[in-house]
Ligand binder design. Structure first.
Ligand SMILES: Cc1cc2nc3c(=O)[nH]c(=O)nc-3n(C[C@H](O)[C@H](O)[C@H](O)COP(=O)(O)OP(=O)(O)OC[C@H]3O[C@@H](n4cnc5c(N)ncnc54)[C@H](O)[C@@H]3O)c2cc1C
Length: 471
């Protein structure tokens, strides 16, 4: 009998044996998206109510078992990874997936944390409203996970990140108490706004069980276009001009560097929009509140072509072509995954510095590793670049590339810091970037984070040793 047999027996009695998974039944839950972390928890637990979660948390407290909250397990930084010497359960919230209510007049939705982002988008759409967060992982990623990672995605330019889209939260705290702060008001200045502690905390301070989300009017029309430029500076000029002319109607501006575009086109087996010419591409989306004809996109693109800023354009003629354009953007990660292991960097720099950052980092990497291949794309309108590195001709195989991961990371992150950027724009810190925290945060910032953690989770049971090491 293991030390934790009584704990597991109590868990089964509490929520039913089928919802306490172990062995082969649990493998899918503790293998991460990037296949980096595999260690098994004591069990994967699937409760179906807040009351159950509260009791499970108390039980864990009694037995000294850590709790790793989990939604869709699509996170990219090992936030749900199980640590070898830390007895833990994965607490998966997929069974708490109800849309509790939609207040169309107030433009809010109250939803359980295990609902997927796609479910929430569909529920809003059914009321002719929009929930604007959009990620390539939206069919599996959950609202709880989106909040815990302060997810960004393709519409941040206009609507902000998850932090901007949330009005209230319900959270199970480390001692099992339920903090109910399901605020539905846009204005409410009554002391500390506690929801912000849990948003972006990656499950280290409590378990998010319910949220109130902001909804928006559904745009009447959308236009999607691809533009091609000779270089990154022209892409930036095009962005600035489009933003000036279209203001809030510009809902997405996604950059795809030449190699990333060729890669995804061959992965999807689709026609290269620029006949394989090595152009920097931007995917632009415009959303309009009315059906009235608006020629602004068209006239702006004509002007940008007249000044040679933009070399070529393709405006989607129908919904299916618009979806095809978006598919190209959203499948880049999958195209890269199919190629084999690669080194990912989800970074941000001020928009004004993006071109120099990418150019200078490319040069520095190529100097060190002749023939290395970068796969660069991202939410350029937010200054967010996915700067990924593949082996190219510099290495014999992907494992040889991975052996140089820390040197490559160092080169990339030194450039990020030189441009006053962030080493994690949207995926978070998790386990993958945890050890970099002392290099990017001041002592006072770290001390304050530790103090918050200690106050809310004195026994260090909520996803311990993620974000920072709290031994
Ligand atoms: C193809 C692909 C594209 C992606 N694109 C984007 C993108 O554009 N923008 C972006 O921001 N991210 C993106 N991601 C990353 C990922 O989808 C997001 O981080 C997402 O928000 C994670 O949601 P999840 O439910 O899968 O969380 P999980 O992976 O299950 O968990 C992530 C973290 O949140 C914590 N957590 C989960 N649920 C809760 C909860 N209820 N309470 C407290 N903590 C919790 C976990 O402990 C963990 O630390 C992408 C991932 C993939 C695979």
């Amino acid at each position: 009998m293991s030390t934790f047999t009584p704990f597991l027996t109590a868990l089964r009695a509490l929520i039913g044996a089928p919802y306490v998974r172990m062995g082969a039944d649990a493998t899918g839950f503790h293998t991460d998206e990037r296949n980096r972390y595999h260690h098994a928890p004591l069990a994967v637990v699937l409760p179906d109510s807040v009351a159950q979660i509260s009791t499970i948390v108390q039980l864990c407290g009694k037995h000294g078992v850590a709790i790793i909250a989990q939604g869709g397990n699509t996170g990219l930084v090992g936030g749900c990874a199980v640590l070898e010497n830390t007895p833990s359960i994965i607490l998966n919230l997929n069974r708490l997936s109800q849309i509790i209510s939609i207040d169309a007049l107030n433009q809010t939705m109250t939803v359980q944390a295990g609902a997927t982002l796609a479910q929430v988008q569909a529920a809003a759409r059914a009321q002719n409203l929009l929930f604007p967060l959009s990620l390539a992982s939206e069919d599996s990623a959950t609202i709880g996970g989106n909040l815990a990672t302060n997810a960004g995605g393709t519409q941040v330019l206009c609507y902000g990140t998850m932090r901007d889209l949330c009005l209230g939260l319900e959270v199970v705290l480390a001692d099992g108490q339920v903090l109910s702060a399901l605020n539905t008001l846009r204005k409410n200045n009554t002391g500390y706004d506690l929801k912000h502690l849990f948003i972006g905390a990656e499950g280290t301070l409590g378990i998010i069980t319910q949220a109130v989300l902001k909804l928006y009017p559904m745009p009447a029309t959308r236009q999607v276009a691809l533009i091609a430029c000779n270089d990154l500076h022209s892409i930036l000029t095009a962005f600035t001009t489009l933003r000036q002319n279209l203001d809030a109607r510009l809902t997405a501006f996604e950059m795809i560097a030449p190699y990333a575009l060729s890669l995804v086109c061959s992965h999807l087996n689709c026609v290269h929009p620029w006949q394989s010419a090595p152009m920097y591409t931007a995917l632009i989306e415009i959303s309009q509140p009315t059906l009235a004809a608006d020629e602004t996109l068209h006239t702006t693109l004509v002007d940008l072509m007249a000044t040679q800023t933009v070399q070529n354009t393709l405006i989607a003629e129908n919904l299916s072509q618009a979806e095809q354009f978006w598919r190209m953007r959203e499948q880049i990660s999958a195209a890269q995954k199919a190629q084999g292991k690669n080194i990912k960097h989800d970074v941000s720099v001020p928009i004004s510095a993006i071109a120099q950052f990418i150019e200078q980092t490319n040069v520095a990497l190529a100097q060190k590793y002749h023939g290395i291949q970068t796969v660069v794309f991202g939410h350029m309108g937010d200054g967010n670049v996915h700067y990924n590195v593949s082996m190219g001709t510099a290495f014999a195989n992907a494992d040889a590339l991975m052996a140089h991961e820390s040197t490559i990371n160092q080169i990339v992150y030194e450039h990020v810091q030189a441009f006053n950027g962030s080493i994690s724009a949207e995926h978070g810190i998790g386990l993958l970037k945890r050890d970099l925290m002392p290099t990017i945060k001041s002592k006072v910032e770290l001390k304050t984070m530790h103090a918050i953690k200690k106050t809310l989770d004195p026994n260090n049971l909520m996803n311990p040793h993620k974000i920072f090491n709290n031994n």
